[in-house]
Design a protein around this ligand. Structure first.
Ligand SMILES: [Mn+2]
Length: 302
């Protein structure tokens, strides 16, 4: 009688088998499944779990064949608490721990989760530090729907933090503004931004080089990736899809250059909403960006 042994290829595992419990791992992951601050359709609370579920189906490899060998500690999610202030305080404290790794990845959640994550970043990084905010929206409202922690206030709250000078806040992909945001940008010409149209007309590589030049001198860079920076054709599963956005190809080129040239120490990936998605296109795009960021980081650290 033949005994059949089920075959489980080694890479058919969480994060393509790159996970470890070694505290010296190059990457730490912490999910923040909170979508209580979204102004329109919700669903981003499901993203951290969905992203993890898809990772056994990805090769531990960056595009162009680079095998990934960096190690990943996944600390799970910060469970949602109905007390918003207490929840953000918990997120901040746990993120401080995860930021001990050379690179921290934070799957959201709506874009408000960046508020406590950046607070953690400023507690753990020397000044000056910088922010690269990739988004269709500048999130520069002082308040939105009656609250200073709306997902439309994220960048405005980052400027409240000590150590972030306006010239070290850079936006890429903008294409939708409320008047208050436009006025704020006009009043602060030191804030560099590239609209999606500028990316289209100048080419993403030129934009990436300008970003690198602007953030040169920052001791650490926090990269906040709102998936709606992508055109809805490439990322339909998000609460507020805005036409005219970046292609996934352009985003990957930007990520590659930024990770190679700047000391990116944290990246959140927010506004992925699996219940609004189609065939997981948006979740897979988010994972592609994360894996390519790892490929670029691995190349840099050797
Ligand atoms: Mn946005």
């Amino acid at each position: 009688m033949v005994t059949l042994v089920p075959v489980q290829p080694a890479h058919r595992a969480l994060w393509s088998g790159l996970v470890t419990d070694d505290p010296a791992a190059e990457v730490g992951i912490l999910g923040v499944p909170f979508d209580g601050a979204a102004s329109y359709r919700r669903g981003t609370a499901f993203a951290p779990a969905r992203l993890r579920e898809l990772t056994p189906h990805l090769s531990p490899c960056a595009e162009e064949g680079t095998p990934l060998h960096l190690r990943i500690c996944d600390y799970g999610d910060v469970p949602v608490d109905l007390d918003w202030a207490r929840y953000f305080a918990t997120v901040e404290d746990r993120a401080v721990e995860v930021l001990r790794h050379p690179l921290a990845i934070f799957p959201g959640g709506d874009h408000s989760v960046t508020i406590p994550l950046m607070r953690a970043f400023q507690r753990t990084h020397r000044r000056p530090w910088g922010v690269l905010h990739l988004d269709a929206h500048p999130d520069l409202c002082d308040q939105f729907e009656g609250h200073r922690w709306s997902h439309a206030c994220t960048a405005r709250r980052s400027l409240d933090l000590p150590g972030l000078a306006p010239q070290h806040l850079v936006f890429v992909g903008l294409r939708s503004f409320v008047p208050e945001e436009w006025e704020f940008l006009e009043a602060h010409p030191e804030i560099l931004y590239f609209t999606a149209r500028q990316c289209h007309r100048q080419g993403i590589e030129a934009v990436a080089r300008s970003v690198v030049k602007q953030l040169h001198g920052a001791e650490g860079v926090y990269l906040s990736l709102d998936i709606d920076v992508l055109d809805p054709a490439y990322a339909p599963g998000t609460g507020v899809p805005e036409g005219g956005g970046l292609t996934t190809r352009d985003l990957l080129e930007l990520i590659r250059i930024v990770f190679q040239e700047l000391p990116v120490r944290a990246m959140d990936v927010v506004e992925v909403a699996p219940p609004l998605d189609s065939n997981d296109i948006t979740s897979f795009a988010a994972l592609k960006v994360i894996y390519e960021a790892w490929g670029a980081l691995q190349q840099k650290i050797g």
